[in-house]
Write a protein of this length. Structure first.
Length: 179
């Protein structure tokens, strides 16, 4: 499968190839999973830009807090160096099932954000960003909205995020429109 800008809609980036480890084609694997150890549960990876035909990860190992890995057919340092920083993807359907009250961040994108008091639509989630202390919803106004303000709303359950309606893709927040 060729991965380009047009067909990443059903894919999730969960890792990247880090710097080489040793001389036999191994590399450090940067896990984007939470918790990071979950990277070990996946095996059907796709590589950015499909730069390796018959791409297959041989193994993923953990030593202390770092992960390292190897790709079938890449057996030396110079070959793996070329692929440093390439992103690794999986299909969204390969993600584990969640409980009814849980969602993946990508499922929040496109949700309507509604202020609880007054009951007013603030916009649509365009992205979920992480600034270290907590995640934030990037909320863009509707195209025909008079208010053109893009808002960053901290994702703090029971404080700013009051309720999430998965079925109707609505997020109810306690957020002053003037922020």
């Amino acid at each position: 499968m060729k991965i380009n800008k047009l067909d990443k809609t059903n894919l999730i980036c969960i890792a990247s190839i880090g710097k080489p480890r040793g001389l036999k084609g191994e590399f450090f694997l940067n896990s984007f999973c939470d918790p990071k150890d979950n990277i070990i549960n996946y095996n059907n990876f796709l590589i950015e830009d499909n730069v390796i035909s018959d791409f297959k990860v041989s193994y993923i190992k953990k030593v202390n807090s770092k992960f390292f890995s190897k790709i079938n057919g890449i057996d030396d340092l110079d070959e793996i160096k070329i692929h440093t920083n390439k992103k690794l993807y999986i299909h969204k359907e390969d993600l584990p099932e969640l409980d009814n009250d849980e969602m993946y961040w990508h499922e929040l994108i496109g949700s309507k954000v509604i202020d609880n008091n007054p009951h007013e639509v603030l916009g649509i989630v365009s992205n979920v960003l992480n600034f270290g202390s907590n995640d934030c919803l990037e909320v863009k106004p509707f195209k025909d909205s008079i208010d053109e303000t893009t808002r960053l709303i901290p994702f703090v359950k029971d404080k700013t995020i009051k309720n999430i309606d998965k079925v109707n893709k609505e997020i109810f927040v306690d957020w002053d429109k003037s922020y």
